[in-house]
Design a protein around this ligand. Structure first.
Ligand code: GLN
Length: 533
């Protein structure tokens, strides 16, 4: 087993996760079996309880683990199956240590960061390494070198390298090389200092990925090489990527990133087969036309809050040979100024998942606009619940219909708490999470899109469509076309008389890949193209 650890220095948001994922793509396409994972030094057990303002999207794995959005990159860039073992936080580490201490497992010892905390971190890597379907584990360490919380992780990696032999471990450090306009110069000092910090801990990077907004010339590379004790060719410029992030593996391959890593780890492999990947990138960057999709949400100013949805739209656009221009619409603005101004020029409306009652009425208005004007609608999780509330109010005539999440005394609770949730108090990791199977009606639009009547999709919700309202909705033309296997939970709704009105209780965006777009996103974009205005 070979191990690659990716750390970051100077600032966050360098694209470290993207560089790690791109390396995963390159190694996988050299025929190696790659598994990616993330260690996050913060004290939350997982990001499931964090606000999108703090953390961006919560990415859900097949087994229901709520993880960092970088795991989304990993799944889109590589095919290794991820599980909750592949996402470790300080919160989990300390939870484990404290439980062991309370259980008396430390036999009277004083419990300390070294060795007890570092042991838990190393054990996790060993546990993952037991899998016999992988050759390489790439582990990204969240945060920035020098952060107090990150120290135990780096110390654990130092120990780990000595235990498994340094010939089996490569360290990649991503830093920023800023350009100072007044001096017209790229500055290497921050990189030097962050590498010095790593070396203080006993870690010497093998490759330095230099994020920069200006080209890095040979002199600058040589300087970084000399001060950081890395070969000049292993100082790899990582400039802003034009067109699509899926270019990252191609750009890094041009700089021999994968060659250097393979040489360092003694891996003899053929050149990567990047044909399929290049074709996919070409389709993304050279579309013949554009379609505008309105995304009506609550966190539209945050680039990362609906990350997987934006990516899925890109994949679906490429599959339809069209550029998807996402018009981000704050649902509160619709509440203030009405829908026309925001929605009159879009060819499709997507309402993503969400929690809490801010902006709910604006979303209901947007769903109504889509239904009444025949504009393709795609509702995801909360977006399905919104569609049901809107239909119940305005078509079935159930005044005040609502979800009990937002109005506990609604006369028509068309959306209500899942039965199993009623006794749950704890907030962390307690929703209906992860992959569940659903069966679809054979004559539905979704069965046609999937090409199947049985699907498995990832979930993250507490509320459901109330069964007792189903017949009223169906009578008026909103059909429940997908349910859980036992038939008890509504998973997908459609309005068959509408050009495209599909909403799902799950999160299809967690399964879309650039090389394998999700059929529902593909169908939605296809419908929007037919509607182009
Ligand atoms: N808040 C809703 C629920 O808990 C929707 C969740 C979501 O959109 N992920 O059911």
């Amino acid at each position: 087993m070979k191990y690659i650890f990716v750390t970051g220095g100077v600032v966050s948001s360098l694209g470290k996760g993207l560089a790690a994922a791109a390396l995963g793509t390159l190694l996988e396409r050299r025929g190696l079996r790659v598994l990616m994972q993330k260690f996050d030094p913060y004290l939350n057990v997982d990001p499931g309880t964090m606000s999108p303002l703090q953390h961006g999207e919560v990415y859900v794995l097949e087994d229901g683990a709520e993880t960092d959005l970088d795991l989304g990159h990993y799944e889109r860039f590589t095919s290794g199956k991820l599980s909750r073992l592949n996402s470790l936080t300080s919160g989990q580490v300390y939870e484990t240590v404290i439980k062991k201490e309370r259980d008396g497992d430390y036999l009277g010892a004083t419990v300390q960061v070294i060795p007890h905390v570092t042991d838990v971190i190393k054990n996790r890597i060993h546990e993952v390494a037991k899998r016999d379907d992988i050759d390489i584990i790439i582990t990204e360490i969240g945060g920035t070198t020098g952060d107090i919380e990150g120290l135990p992780f780096l110390e654990a990696l130092r120990q780990f390298k000595d235990e498994v032999g340094s010939e089996n471990v490569a360290f990649v450090h991503a830093t920023l090389v800023p350009y100072i306009q007044a001096a017209e110069e790229l500055k290497t000092k921050p990189t030097q200092q962050s590498v010095a910090k790593l070396r203080e801990i006993g870690i010497a990077p093998d490759v330095i990925i230099c994020r920069a907004e200006h080209p890095i010339d040979q002199d600058v590379r040589k300087k970084i090489s000399m001060f950081c004790n890395v070969r000049p060719e292993a100082v790899i410029p990582f400039l802003d990527i034009k067109g699509t992030i899926y270019r990252a593996p191609l750009n890094l391959h041009d700089q021999h990133f994968d060659d250097i890593i393979c040489a360092r780890l003694g891996l003899e492999t053929p050149e990567p087969d990047l044909l399929e990947w290049r074709n996919m990138v070409d389709r993304i960057v050279n579309p013949t036309h554009t379609v505008r999709i309105g995304l009506v949400g609550k966190y539209i100013d945050l680039k990362d809050a609906y990350k997987s949805i934006y990516e899925s739209l890109t994949h679906a656009g490429a599959a339809n040979d069209v550029h998807v221009e996402v018009v981000r619409i704050d649902s509160s603005d619709i509440e203030e100024s009405g829908p026309d101004k925001f929605l009159e020029s879009v060819s499709g409306i997507l309402i993503p998942g969400g929690f809490g009652d801010r902006g709910i009425q604006g979303k209901i208005t947007a769903a109504r606009y889509a239904r009444e004007n025949g504009i393709p609608y795609f509702g995801i999780c909360l977006g399905m619940q919104i569609a049901v509330i809107e239909f119940a109010r305005n078509v079935c005539g159930f005044a005040g219909a609502h979800s009990t999440e937002f109005d506990t005394s609604t006369p028509h609770p068309v959306i209500s708490l899942l039965e199993e949730q009623k006794t749950i108090q704890e907030k962390g990791g307690t929703m209906r999470l992860g992959t569940w199977n659903a069966k679809l009606l054979p004559d539905s639009r979704v069965a046609e899109l999937y090409g199947s009547t049985s699907v498995s999709e990832r979930h993250r919700h507490r509320y459901e469509l109330s069964q007792k309202y189903q017949s009223f909705l169906e009578e008026k033309g909103l059909r429940v076309v997908g349910t859980s296997l036992d038939g008890s939970l509504g998973e997908i709704i459609e309005i068959p008389s509408h050009p495209f009105f599909v909403a799902v209780q799950f999160h299809p965006e967690f399964q879309s890949k650039p090389t394998a777009p999700h059929p529902l996103f593909k169908g939605f974009i296809g419908a929007a193209m037919g509607m182009r205005r």
